[in-house]
Ligand binder design. Structure first.
Ligand code: F0G
Length: 459
């Protein structure tokens, strides 16, 4: 609506889910039972769940209608062909291989192209992506543009890959050891920050020179393309769909979690041009996921994704989406809470290192802050710091590049008053952040420890 400042939700609500209010004592009990790990909570003990934006969004009426059209044939289902067409309208890769979610696509891809001695450079590998690279025996290298590591530095494209560093790495290890370069759009672990078209073009040109395939981790492709349209000179007249198609044209393949910008509750895919790789990937898919026209999904899930992909590139949706996340970030900034700026696409990231400067990284300031947000107001968030990234493959500990707490906003799910409440909770906790105690880990698995580790407060 021209002439109005308020950007409204471009939908109304037809079906509601009740939220359960809990007492502080109850939350104390739940925290103790969960070993201070928010992944171990029962979600009905959570009031506002900002743990993740993955699979937690609300589907549209058209998506629910599409579920009814879902065809559950084992092979050759029309649902697959609707899904494939919707994917290829945006990402015109030769092969589109459905998977049950993003990490299944990663597992299959790196089983085929990874292996000992191989190096996979990226702007930043997401945690499951890094784990799948490493599980194959390969090494992942994060080459984020330096501004991306500084929470308070304003830069329009803090997700950019450091092209000079990539040139150096390829020179050092040799192109034959680099099976592909993976660019994550937007860069989730680095604050939901976008990658510019200019940067993608530079990475693509470098890859082409060295005959290295370029892949996208496309989870939040639409949010990334919206930021390109808003922030990159010369892009504002284009449609987001057109920008997405150009992003895809610069790459040779992608992994995708449809639980984010597929606007679905489950799903993903692996798409690529190379026939030989595709054949090997499909063979693995059959072993672990299913026949190539359904992957690990029901036909109805494929239909929900097909509709979601058309909705997610609509400008009214993306304007509301990015504005509602920015609204949360700006409210916190106005109250003096340190966050990663500018605000990213799907989440606001609290700078726990700045809020809890009395705690060293290995006493996990991010986890301590996340636990306190739940204790205070039943708000569930997610540490992205030394709990998630501190443990090295050899078992040693190294502080992560940043100590962040992510408030991820599910798509089309919470209203402005929910978010106003979250702002109040964070404000209360921020006022006494310097009195919070650090944590230590008392139990952890060998990999991806943040999901299951148990913690104890330091005395
Ligand atoms: N890549 C990125 C950038 C992601 O953010 C995720 C998931 C994945 C890959 C894996 O996809 O969950 O479908 O297997 N991120 C979720 C999150 C879990 O909370 O950020 P998946």
């Amino acid at each position: 609506m021209q002439g109005y400042r308020t950007i409204i939700e471009p939908f109304r609500i037809k079906s509601v889910e009740p939220l359960r209010l809990s007492s502080r004592e109850e939350r104390e009990e739940r925290l103790a039972a969960a070993g201070l790990n928010l992944f171990r909570l029962h979600s009905d003990d959570v009031l506002i769940d900002l743990l993740t934006d993955s699979g937690t969004g609300a589907m549209s009426a058209e998506q629910w209608a599409a579920l009814q059209r879902g065809d559950e044939s084992y092979a050759g289902s029309p649902s697959y062909f609707r899904f494939e067409r919707a994917v290829r309208e945006l990402f015109d890769f030769r092969h589109v291989i459905p998977t049950h979610q993003g990490r299944a696509a990663e597992k299959i891809l790196f089983s085929v192209v990874g292996g000992p001695g191989k190096v996979v450079p990226s702007n930043t590998l997401f945690d499951t992506t890094r784990a799948n690279v490493e599980a194959s025996g390969a090494t992942g290298v994060d080459l984020l543009y330096p501004a991306g590591r500084k929470p308070s530095e304003r830069h329009p494209f803090k997700g950019n890959l450091d092209v000079a560093a990539l040139e150096r790495v390829v020179g050092e290890v040799g192109a034959s050891k680099v099976p592909l370069v993976l660019v994550t759009v937007t860069n989730n672990s680095g604050g939901g920050q976008p990658v510019s078209l200019e940067n993608l073009k530079a990475v693509s040109a470098l890859c082409e020179r060295h005959h290295i395939p370029l892949f996208l981790d496309g989870c939040r492709f639409a949010e990334n393309a919206w930021f390109i349209r808003e922030r990159e000179p010369g892009q504002h007249q284009r449609t987001v769909a057109d920008i997405v198609r150009e992003m895809a044209s610069l790459a040779d393949g992608m992994t995708m979690s449809a639980k984010k910008d597929g606007l679905a509750n489950i799903g993903g895919w692996l798409a690529l041009d190379d026939d030989g790789w595709a054949e090997r990937c499909r063979n693995l898919l059959i072993l672990t996921e299913g026949f190539p026209t359904y992957g690990g999904l029901a036909g109805r899930d494929l239909d929900a994704i097909a509709v979601g992909l058309r909705e997610v590139v609509q400008h009214d949706y993306l304007r509301y989406r990015t504005r509602s996340v920015e609204y949360l970030g700006q409210a916190l900034e106005q109250r003096g809470v340190p966050i990663v700026v500018p605000v990213g696409g799907h989440a606001v990231y609290l700078d726990a290192a700045a809020m809890l400067p009395h705690l060293p990284p290995l006493s996990f300031p991010g986890q301590a802050l996340a636990v306190e947000l739940y204790r205070e107001g039943g708000v569930r968030s997610c540490e992205i710091g030394s709990v998630m990234f501190g443990r090295q493959p050899d078992g040693s500990e190294r502080p992560a590049a940043m100590e962040l707490v992510r408030l991820a906003v599910p798509r089309r799910t919470y209203t402005q008053s929910h978010i106003d409440f979250v702002v109040e909770v964070v404000e209360h906790v921020a006022a006494r952040a310097r009195s919070l105690k650090g944590l230590r880990i008392v139990e952890q698995p060998a990999a991806l420890r943040h999901f299951t580790a148990r913690f104890e407060a330091l005395g």
